[in-house]
Write a new protein. Structure first.
Length: 86
């Protein structure tokens, strides 16, 4: 379950955002010290709706990744030696 959540988060980030140099779409995030035309851009198919790309490509994947790691940690910490749940 946790791995699936992390995989969905990666797919969402890849679908809604593109990392590169001046992709002709609005800039979402930029790394400190990088040039003005480098960073994370809105995916071309999303168009100019940067708020949708930010929510679905950055915020939701962060939430799903965090939830996936939590599930993986809880699942690993609540198993007996024989694999049964506590």
């Amino acid at each position: 379950m946790g791995v699936c959540l992390i995989a969905v988060a990666a797919c969402l980030a890849a679908a809604f955002c593109s990392i590169g140099v001046d992709l002709g779409t609005p800039l979402l995030l930029q790394w400190p010290g990088s040039a003005a035309h480098e960073g994370v851009f809105v995916a071309e198919w999303v168009g100019r709706r940067s708020s949708i790309a930010f929510g679905m490509g950055i915020l939701l994947p962060i939430f799903l990744s965090t939830l996936g790691v939590y599930v993986l940690i809880r699942a690993g910490g609540t198993m007996n030696e024989d694999g049964s749940s506590v």
